[in-house]
Design a protein around this ligand. Structure first.
Ligand code: MG
Length: 170
């Protein structure tokens, strides 16, 4: 079978970590979660969306989140990370990249995130314009180890796959 279209594929990985402090909202994957503390950052501190953004930028060969949204720029102070992800989605579209899937991990000792996973999937998939089933969310504790395990921080690890059409040259 021959076809005149083919795809090139790129994988990307992203990680992020932020310190937990009192007096801030906890936002993970674009979802505000009732909790006693929130994540300290220049933006809203959404470690999950920051890791998603870094994975996407990495896959597309477009650098990293700090390059696109420097924390020295007041424009991004308390930024809604959903808007940052929307901007990155636009950059990918300019280069004809489509997101195939996202697999993400939230590393948090507390709270239990079982009921939030579906909301994170909905938020990420709707911003990226992909099927709900192509975003997977896992939540893991750190077994009491390290700053995440001690409840001082939350972190995220994300992989993505991108594809774009290329003309077959055969
Ligand atoms: Mg961050």
């Amino acid at each position: 079978m021959s076809s005149d279209v083919n795809y090139e594929y790129r994988t990307g990985i992203g990680t992020d970590i932020h310190r937990l402090v009192t007096g801030r909202d906890l936002v993970l994957g674009g979802v505000k979660i009732p909790y006693k503390e929130g994540l300290l950052a220049h933006s809203d501190g959404d470690v999950v969306l920051h890791a998603v953004i870094d994975a996407l930028l990495g896959a597309a060969g477009m650098g990293d989140i700090g390059g696109l949204f420097p924390d020295t720029d007041d424009k991004w102070k308390n930024a809604d990370s959903r808007e940052l992800l929307q901007i990155v989605k636009g950059r990918l579209e300019e280069k004809k990249w489509e997101v195939v899937n996202v697999d993400l991990i939230v590393h948090a000792e507390q709270p239990k995130l079982g009921e939030v996973k579906g909301q994170i999937k909905r938020c990420v998939s709707s911003i990226l314009g992909i099927d709900f089933l192509n975003v997977n969310v896992k939540a893991k504790t750190n077994e009491g180890l390290g700053d995440v395990g001690l409840g001082k921080a939350m972190a995220s690890t994300v992989t993505v796959l991108l594809r774009r059409r290329i003309k077959r040259t055969l």
